[in-house]
Design a protein around this ligand. Structure first.
Ligand code: NDP
Ligand code: 2IT
Length: 447
């Protein structure tokens, strides 16, 4: 069977087996397409059925999460953990709490996590979890009761050497704390079972900042190659959560300017540059809407509708909110307005058509598997520190992160070149991430 027809057969079976999961199909389609030249050069990958195995999660856990709200009413949510691939380490990946979560979202995220984690160079397999629970508008005690119920089931399936969850959309330090407390209580075991922990109880410095900082570090590598200076760069950063905030912070530290940020309701534009202290207070402390920024900065404007942020003229666009937030129309507008670099802080924020438009128009496009790998990379460093029973300094963790992002840039560059697609970092990231996992799977036999 030719490499091409093997890929089509794997994809067709995936669609048949996972009906109604378009995000998973989308993520798999992209990776499979990138692998065509790899299969042509390495037919043993076809012979050992790596692709049909890698698209099938090793294990999927789905469970009821009952909890009691502040009005003493019983609520029921659905919990998920997809343990996708453990060829190169324990399953590792975040937990997402958002009303849009269903099995297809967790599968797409878990699938991409395999290759992202491989790119970090650390020993981590791929996994992802979550729930359709919506933390918005819930009291701290409701969030705590939900997290405890979620962990009461999840704790049977995870462990420091088995599966190590972390945060994602809707899951930050508060939720990790509640889940860690419940894990420790039920399992009677203090271990590094989650990352993103508080600094007093096993967390790593730089984990909070890691995804956003890492994103800007890899963009910085591109800028060095292009001989560009941050002082000349205007940036838009979508979202105003963990990734968006720390990407903005690092851009500002390096001398760049961020003029727009958003949440799911709309976006703000501040020609003077976003005041990050205000955003941090509104979002991290008071859990308010981005619209309220304009109450404190009179020259700033607010526009209803989050996708309008891509109409703002910029040199660098960093989508840091959610999947498929940047479509072909948005990409064309960015290109027309002179955008030179797009880096995915979120997972799969760019639609396939938009990504193709960037490639065709020679906009440097850094896919999420590479560009947002800094978060899970520092999670890997947190696991290493927990195993050593040590805590590194901020400077050490930050230097390691910087180094990892530099190495990721090198490896996606050389994989893209090696397979005749220089500058195509989608292919570069998919191929480089895949090769290490595929070799490990071949060495470990049919499992
Ligand atoms: P947060 O929950 O901290 O922030 C999410 C942000 O995205 C909020 O501003 C939110 O707005 C916005 N958002 C969420 N859903 C939507 C939607 N459907 N439409 C428009 N805006 C939306 O999450 P993170 O910052 O941690 O995650 C952001 C992205 O980065 C996700 O794709 C995540 O998978 C990815 N990522 C996160 C990592 C991490 O370490 N945290 C690591 C690697 C990737 P609102 O408040 O209105 O919902
Ligand atoms: O998408 C991601 O890489 C994350 N949400 C972080 C995962 C982790 O284990 O730190």
């Amino acid at each position: 069977m030719s490499a091409k027809s093997h890929i089509e057969a794997v994809y067709d079976q995936l669609v048949r087996r996972n009906p109604g999961e378009p995000e998973f199909h989308q993520a798999a389609r992209e990776v499979l397409d990138s692998l065509l030249p790899v299969l042509e050069r390495n037919p043993e990958i076809i012979d050992s059925a790596i692709l049909p195995r890698i698209v099938e999660p090793e294990r999927v856990v789905m469970f009821r999460v009952p909890w009691i709200d502040d009005r003493a009413k019983v609520q029921v949510n659905r919990g998920f953990r997809v343990q996708f691939n453990s060829a190169i380490g324990p399953y590792k990946g975040g937990i997402r709490f958002h009303p849009s979560v269903y099995l297809g979202i967790i599968k797409f995220l878990g699938f991409e996590q395999i290759f992202k984690n491989s790119l970090t160079g650390l020993m981590m397999g791929g996994g992802k979890g979550g729930s359709d629970f919506d933390p918005k508008g819930k009291s701290d005690m409701e969030v705590m009761r939900f997290c405890q119920s979620f962990m009461t089931e999840l704790c049977k399936h995870i462990g420091a050497d088995t599966d190590v969850p972390a945060g994602d959309i809707g899951v930050g330090g508060r939720e990790i704390g509640y889940m860690f407390g419940q894990y420790k209580r039920i399992r009677n075991c203090f271990e590094g079972v989650l990352t993103g922990k508080g600094l007093e109880w096993g967390g790593s410095l730089v984990r909070t900042e890691a995804t956003g900082y890492g994103l800007v570090y890899i963009v910085d590598e591109v800028m060095r190659d292009m001989n560009k200076n941050w002082e000349d760069m205007t940036c838009t950063v979508s979202g105003s959560g963990n990734v968006a905030i720390y990407a903005t912070q690092k851009i500002q530290q390096l001398g760049g300017k961020v003029v727009a940020m958003s949440d799911s309701n709309g976006y703000i534009y501040d020609a003077d540059g976003i005041n990050l202290q205000t955003v941090k207070r509104l979002k991290e402390v008071e859990r308010r809407r981005i619209k309220d920024y304009c109450d404190f900065h009179k020259k700033a404007t607010y526009t209803e509708g989050c996708n309008g942020i891509w109409n703002v003229k910029c040199d660098i666009a960093l989508p840091c909110a959610t999947q498929n937030e940047l479509d072909e129309q948005a990409a064309k507008t960015l290109i027309k307005n002179g955008c030179i670099i797009t880096g995915e802080g979120a997972n799969m924020p760019t639609t396939p058509e938009a990504a193709q438009a960037f490639l065709t128009n020679k906009v440097v496009f850094l896919p999420g598997k590479a560009a947002n790998a800094g978060g899970v990379a520092v999670s890997g460093l947190e696991m290493a520190q927990n195993s050593q029973r040590q805590s590194w300094t901020f400077e050490k963790a930050d230097a390691e992160l910087r180094n990892i992002m530099r190495n990721i840039y090198k490896s996606i560059n050389s994989a893209a070149e090696a397979y005749g697609m220089p500058g195509n970092y989608i292919a570069g990231a998919n191929i480089a991430g895949f090769m290490k996992v595929a070799k490990s799977m071949m060495a470990q036999g049919v499992v």
